[in-house]
Design a binder for this molecule. Structure first.
Ligand SMILES: Cc1cc2nc3c(=O)[nH]c(=O)nc-3n(C[C@H](O)[C@H](O)[C@H](O)COP(=O)(O)OP(=O)(O)OC[C@H]3O[C@@H](n4cnc5c(N)ncnc54)[C@H](O)[C@@H]3O)c2cc1C
Length: 506
């Protein structure tokens, strides 16, 4: 080594983080991911969760009985991307094994390519392209049992965090939390605090109350409402074999996805564009079934001879609106807004659920925090800056991709054309190039699958020369020659809505 070479920055933390005590707000996926990553580094963790209900005795009972008022999305379709599955495989193999034992399925995405795709041959890295299929309740139940069995993790259920305890300063330092429990308030002290309280996070208000600068916030609607119904295969019945109809498709007025899950269950999500308010009818089970049966791919799954609906008989279809893309930055041009508080997961980056990124983002974010703490110890400012830089690198590209895709979907649903030649060219490239090439070109398809699984950012996946050239070539080939790769046509919206309108009123 050249003696004159500059020294690599020291990795020795100023004060070791091992033995510190962390309070984590929220025992959802991100809170659990944080507890796991921090406790592994020798940090003692207390999870504070406002839902008082303990988890059910078994994972399979969780879907029917576990009350999760604080995370109402738990009974919507979930899929867990390669990014999360690989993190579990590489860092927590025992946890992955327990998930698989509980029925989670490792679904190899390259095993079910579009039927119009030819020439897909195995490549190094393909083993990473595996998603986990199971109900969200199953995933959360197993992770929770695993994390709470760790000696340095405790859960305080029924504890609602109402504010921060801080040492004043132009950048306040967080020294603990104020919690409400059984009707009375008290303070809990800690070395640092993690906010993993999800989409409803009150951290911006807590900061302002503590005299800190408010975080910058960017919010945009995702433009869709989610309608989900769960089913179980009947005894002896099998899942339909691939027949050319994709497991997920976007027909502008309606998007659908089929989610194979654990314990012979699966779910169907129909996502309706806000541009078509009449689709609200999907909240009715009979209307949901009409639309499901009008979609050939879905119809085969929900065929009463093959499967039967399961879930809450009072709410057979789970509906969820208010789905936003939202980013909150807790570091600005002057540095961290507070020290000793780290905001992770949905509380910081919330994206359209259609892309299935939230749980992976929560785990990635938690891992960024644990790595930064290991590196910088109790230098809270350095930790905050490193987590922020890591999130900008590893999470924000997917947030931007969600925004761009949602804006485009809303534009199409509203019948608007892109403004300006650049926007028109980009739209054409993605619709007539990439959009078709994923159904006929193995290089573009693999890039797309890597991006969808958060293994490559959209910029990395789609700016590789091989991908650009192939997608460009497909685009230039023209619509007529590409017609053979088109998605099967959508059902007729007017006919479907007329059938729904003819249903007896309730
Ligand atoms: C309809 C829908 C479908 C989705 N599908 C997918 C998918 O397929 N794949 C995927 O990866 N992601 C999906 N997501 C996103 C995923 O659900 C979230 O990203 C994930 O749940 C975020 O985890 P979290 O722990 O940050 O927040 P949450 O899971 O929302 O957990 C937050 C927890 O904090 C608790 N809490 C809140 N406030 C307080 C307080 N003041 N004091 C104490 N406790 C508090 C809540 O009770 C809750 O338990 C979907 C989301 C939705 C809405």
């Amino acid at each position: 080594m050249n003696a004159a070479a500059p020294k690599a920055p020291t990795a020795t933390p100023t004060t070791s983080i091992a033995g510190a005590h962390a309070l984590v707000v929220g025992c959802g996926i991100t809170g659990l991911a944080a507890a796991l990553a921090l406790s592994e580094r020798g940090i003692r963790v207390t999870l504070l969760e406002r839902d008082a209900e303990p988890a059910t005795e078994t994972a399979s009972a969780a879907f029917d009985h576990w009350k999760r008022k604080g995370a109402v999305q738990v009974r919507h379709s979930h899929v867990f991307l390669g990014r999360l599955r690989n993190l579990l495989r590489d860092r927590h193999p025992e946890l992955l094994r327990q998930l698989i034992d509980a029925g989670a399925r490792e679904l190899r995405m390259l095993d079910t390519p579009p039927q119009t795709l030819r020439g897909l041959v195995p490549e190094p890295g393909d083993d990473d392209l595996v998603i986990l299929g199971c109900r969200r309740t199953t995933l959360e139940w197993v992770i929770r049992r695993y994390v709470l069995a760790r000696p340095n993790v405790t859960l305080l259920g029924g504890a609602t965090v109402v504010g921060l305890s801080t040492e004043p300063g132009c950048v306040p330092h967080v020294t603990g939390l104020r919690i409400r429990e059984d009707g009375s308030e008290r303070e809990l002290a800690a070395d640092f605090v993690v906010d993993a309280s999800g989409r409803q996070s009150q951290a911006p208000k807590w900061l302002v109350d503590a005299g800190a600068r408010a975080p910058e916030e960017l919010t945009e609607p995702s433009g869709i409402v989610y309608y989900t119904r769960f089913y179980r295969l009947r005894p002896g019945a099998e899942e339909p074999r691939p027949d050319g109809h994709p497991g997920a498709a976007d027909y502008n007025w309606i998007k659908y996805a089929i989610f194979p899950a654990d314990d012979r269950t699966f779910s169907i999500t129909l996502a309706a564009s806000l541009a078509f308010p009449e689709m609200k009818v999907l909240a009715r089970a009979d209307a949901f079934e009409i639309v499901a049966n009008a979609l050939p791919a879905v119809a085969r799954w929900v065929d009463p001879a093959r499967s039967e609906p399961i879930g809450d008989p009072e709410h057979p279809v789970q509906a969820m609106g208010g789905l936003v893309n939202r980013l909150r930055r807790y570091v600005d041009a002057h540095g961290p807004l507070v020290t000793g508080l780290f905001v992770l997961g949905d509380a910081a980056y919330c994206t359209n659920p259609l892309y299935g990124r939230g749980c992976s983002q929560g785990f990635v974010h938690a891992e960024l925090l644990a790595t930064a703490l290991e590196r910088h110890g109790r230098d809270w400012r350095a930790v905050a800056l490193e987590v922020d830089a890591g999130a900008k690198r590893d999470i924000e590209p997917y947030y931007r991709a969600s925004l761009a895709a949602d804006r485009d979907a809303q534009r199409k649903a509203e019948g608007r054309v892109p403004k300006g030649w650049r926007a028109r060219l980009a739209t054409r490239f993605f619709e007539d190039g990439v959009g078709v090439a994923v159904r006929c070109d193995p290089v573009v398809y693999r890039a797309f699958v890597r991006m969808m699984n958060m293994l490559e950012t959209p910029e990395q996946a789609f700016s590789r020369p091989s991908v650009l050239l192939r997608a460009g070539w497909v685009m230039l080939r023209g619509k007529r020659r590409n017609a053979v790769y088109a998605l099967p046509p959508p059902p007729d919206r007017a006919a479907v809505l007329a059938a729904c309108a003819a249903l007896p009123s309730r």
